[in-house]
Design a protein around this ligand. Structure first.
Ligand SMILES: NC(=O)C1=CN([C@@H]2O[C@H](COP(=O)(O)OP(=O)(O)OC[C@H]3O[C@@H](n4cnc5c(N)ncnc54)[C@H](OP(=O)(O)O)[C@@H]3O)[C@@H](O)[C@H]2O)C=CC1
Ligand SMILES: O=C(O)[C@@H]1CCC=N1
Length: 275
């Protein structure tokens, strides 16, 4: 990737994942800037990642060619209005990772000429295994599209969606998705301990099993349903567990949970945005 200066406004969980991933994949920390309201957060980024830090969001716009908006959706409006005058003076690409904030809202706050890519990454970016879907507004040129895609591809896979509203589903599937797998791991670990395994053994077995299942799913041409059947010996232990999941509404529960996340993304754009 041609090295560009990337600035992050908000230095929390997701910015940390993206900055760490970018550095691990070869991006120079000297070409990364991050702003935050908390001095301790910035000190930690300077010490651990050796990136440039500031409490001044406008400095990020001045220094960076790509500005990543990585604050909570609830304060995005305030931040966008604050940086808007600086954004209007500069040919900068704005990349928003905020859940549930539309390009329409961002353009209203930042200026209608602003090149905006809205995307939805996830925290495995920290270990270069992120999954990001992106959508660009009409002001984004091909070079800027490549730039945004390359930044996110440095920390995992990145793909474009045709319609912006697909990002609500993406948020429910892969944005929030890591938490669903962690919840499953948490529940399996707890049960393993309840069954008499020690905590270390329980954690290691669950972690390696999750990793193995994900690896097989990625490397095999078979569907998850086929792979599941391979583990399930007729009349055996897995069959009992799967029947228990299914008889208790597992698939419906997953569907309900993801729909609730998708609906919350839509609701947030109405509550917090200018839509
Ligand atoms: N976490 C995730 O898995 C994912 C999150 N996202 C999106 O990423 C965005 C960030 O989420 P996440 O990293 O989890 O949130 P965090 O709360 O961890 O990070 C946001 C950071 O911004 C700081 N901040 C608050 N106000 C300002 C301000 N005015 N100027 C600069 N920085 C400020 C916060 O400081 P303080 O805490 O002191 O307020 C905090 O350090 C959200 O919009 C979310 O929707 C997208 C995909 C996945
Ligand atoms: O929970 C959230 O709202 C954010 C968006 C996707 C993951 N975390």
């Amino acid at each position: 990737m041609k090295t560009r200066t990337i600035g992050f406004i908000g230095g929390g969980n997701m910015a940390t994942s993206l900055m760490s991933g970018l550095i691990a994949s070869g991006h120079s920390p000297q070409q990364i800037w991050v702003s935050d309201t908390a001095a301790a957060t910035l000190q930690s980024h300077r010490d651990r990642l050796n990136v440039n830090v500031t409490t001044d969001n406008l400095k990020i716009v001045q220094e960076a060619e790509v500005v990543v908006l990585a604050v909570k959706p609830q304060i995005l409006r305030e931040v966008a209005l604050q940086i808007a005058p600086a954004v209007k003076q500069k040919d900068v690409l704005v990349v928003s990772i905020a859940a549930g904030i539309s390009q329409t809202s961002l353009a209203l706050w930042l200026g209608s000429d602003t090149a905006i890519v809205r995307c939805m990454p996830n925290t495995p970016a920290l270990v270069l295994t992120g999954a990001t879907a992106l959508h660009a507004n009409a002001n984004v040129n091909e070079e800027q599209k490549d730039l945004a895609e390359n930044i996110l591809r440095a920390v995992g896979i990145s793909l474009w969606v045709e319609r912006e509203d697909e990002l609500d589903a993406v948020t429910a599937v892969s944005g929030s998705g890591p938490a669903y797998f962690f919840l499953m791991m948490e529940a399996m670990e707890k049960t393993a301990v309840d069954m008499g395994l020690n905590e270390r053994t329980a954690r290691l077995l669950v972690q390696q099993t999750a990793l193995g299942a994900a690896k097989i799913a990625l490397e095999s041409a078979e569907s998850p349903a086929q792979l599941r059947e391979r583990v399930t010996s007729p009349g055996g232990t897995t069959q009992k567990a799967i029947e228990t999941f299914q008889q208790n509404g597992f698939t419906e529960l997953v569907s309900k949970a993801l729909s609730a996340a998708r609906d919350r993304s839509i609701e947030m754009s109405k509550q917090l945005g200018a839509d």
